[in-house]
Ligand binder design. Structure first.
Ligand SMILES: Cc1cc2nc3c(=O)[nH]c(=O)nc-3n(C[C@H](O)[C@H](O)[C@H](O)COP(=O)(O)O)c2cc1C
Length: 171
């Protein structure tokens, strides 16, 4: 399958980036075609709610920033993997922006499956992020293939790697 992973931590060698890379490694080993994008180092602004896309824009966003690179990748993706650190009990802003900028096309055209990789310091801080992710899966009519979380005790461990590999096995 064509898999797009959005990695959203600004820490290039951090835990979320590690989880995203492990997912990519496992998915490629299973024969999938994988694109991993570090959205945290892209210039992606929030939606302006100007409704240009739904009026004159005919589905195109008026903002010409790095979402222009992401729109074609989102249009081709069959599996969308969101990889995010928890910031203040929810998904970080860097992953919220590209999700919300999909407003112009409403949903990624081919995405039928999704997965979520979350990193945090503390355990038990995932309810907000999980709820939002599951609502997005429902809204985009995508199957939730699973969620892997890693708090400070669980980061970059063989156990977490095995959980990520199992997630790929759900595709
Ligand atoms: C702005 C900010 C907010 C954070 N909020 C939380 C939080 O609410 N709960 C928590 O457990 N960790 C929180 N953290 C810690 C990160 O989620 C944690 O260090 C995570 O592993 C970072 O992932 P990374 O290594 O991919 O950057 C926060 C970190 C930052 C920078």
């Amino acid at each position: 399958m064509n898999i797009l992973i959005l990695q959203s931590s600004p820490r290039a060698k951090g835990n979320t980036a590690w989880m995203a890379q492990e997912y990519k490694n496992a998915a490629e080993a299973a024969g999938h075609q994988v694109t991993l994008v570090d959205v945290s180092h892209k210039k992606i602004a929030g939606c302006l709610a100007c409704e240009y896309c739904h009026t004159k824009g005919d589905g195109a966003c008026i903002q010409k920033d790095d979402m222009q690179e992401l729109y074609p990748l989102m249009a081709q993706a069959e599996v969308l993997v969101l990889a995010a650190p928890i910031y203040y009990f929810t998904l970080c802003a860097q992953i919220q922006a590209p999700i919300q900028r999909m407003y112009c096309v409403n949903k990624p055209a081919k995405v039928s499956k999704m997965a979520l990789l979350l990193s945090s310091y503390s355990p038990g801080v995932y309810d907000g992020a999980k709820a939002e992710y599951r609502d997005i899966c429902n809204y985009w009519s995508a199957e939730d293939t699973g969620i892997v979380t890693a708090n400070v005790e669980e980061q970059k461990t063989e156990e977490t790697k095995a959980k990520i590999e199992a997630l790929v096995g759900n595709l």
